[in-house]
Write a protein that binds this ligand. Sequence first.
Ligand code: TGC
Ligand code: FAD
Length: 388
Amino acid sequence: MYNPPDYYQVDELLTDEHKIIRSAVRDWVERAVKPIIDDYAQKHEYPTHLIKEMGEIGAFGPFIPEKYGGSGLDQIAYGLIMTELERGDSAIRSTASVQTSLVMYPIYAFGSEEQKMKYLPRLASGEWVGAYGLTEPNHGSDPGSMLTHFEDKGDHYLLNGSKMWITNASICDVAMVWAKDEEGKVRGLIVERGMEGFSTPETKRKWSLRASVTGELIFDNVRVPKENLLPNIKGLKGPLMCLNSARYGIAWGVLGAAMECYDTAVRYALERKQFHKPIASFQLQQKKLAEMLTEITKGQLLAWRVGMLKNEDRATPAQISMAKRNNVEMALKIARESRQVLGAMGITGDFPIMRHMMNLESVITYEGTHDIHLLITGMDITGIPAFE
Ligand code: TGC
Ligand code: FAD
């Protein structure tokens, strides 16, 4: 039975509703994700059958109002759901992050009422899968230099360009695409599968997030209906506001990966004997476990506090960057240390550690690299942007 660490009784900071939601998602992950996920990762395949189930358990749009198919929950509930999903695999949490924070959120925050009614309920239920196109082949950390653009052709927009490294690209029904208008302003367009000139080749041979689909979004003279433009946002701050929400979810999500690795390492250390004793009795192994628990506890408190600030609409982008950066690095270090506790067994698919470790190599890069988040903190301290 999984017994997550809670060294500082962070549970006491949660409501009964939070605990019920967490427990329901945890049960689902235990039942539907954990038994199959290693096979899918080994095969480099995405378990598409889980998408509808994720919709059913409320993993899509938990903080979106019920009127639009969401659950109307707070940010702590969103975070707890992300933790449980990522305990299963970062690929599962990625799908929920993209759907919720990067596709539903911009439609909810910047879309027309017609757009909200058309897209949000279908995305919430998992009937439609969303993708988010910001990164381009030559513009990753610097999305403001994007080349994807559209022209006003009177009764429609004509979209050209390409996006790369896009989660769920080849299985998406709708893509939230950020492109420049004729004045060079970044705008959001909802592109639907089936629009002529829109293709989504898959990126293969990944060593990380192998149970997730990654690909390109290619726009070759795509005619996008005018009603698919998000009316209420202009400029790079639009896509960056979506990232605030997704980065926040990641700060919680990676706690799940870290806890799963820690839990595996503790159990193994207590059972595995060398030199006639459990390896847990050696100081070097205890140091690893003690440091892991310390870092998880700090990460929990960061995530919880930034969530409470977010509930009050007071969390700054820089505070969110700090939580994402700290917690992802913490989880990656814990995965690496846990792998060592298991010795050779740690490299096999019999344990979840190596899979988490490889996944976290993507998580530390996407949604803003580790370096970019450090520079965001640096800018917040000094007032001086050091990006260029
Ligand atoms: P800069 O000039 O600083 O800012 C442009 C405008 O945006 C505003 N702004 C923000 N607004 C809201 N939230 C934020 N976090 C914001 N950061 C900046 C800013 O105030 C300004 O507004 P205005 O009104 O003055 O125009 O922009 P810059 O071009 O210098 O870039 C800044 C930088 C480097 C921090 C930013 O571009 C950045 O964060 N780069 C990293 C890119 C990134 O994170 N990409 C992620 C792609 S999506 C993804 O990875 C999904 S993975 C999905 C999964 O599977 O889970
Ligand atoms: P680059 O920007 O080229 O950076 C390369 C290196 O240079 C990094 O170490 C970086 O930190 C460093 N660097 C860059 N600029 C600076 C600077 N100013 N100062 C110091 N160092 C710097 N994007 C989407 O839009 N949608 C998605 O759904 C999505 N899903 C993804 C899924 C996966 C599996 C992966 C791996 C990526 C995904 N991404 C997605 C893209 C991701 O957001 C980018 O990879 C990320 O923003 C970094 O861009 P880049 O890879 O082009 O690296």
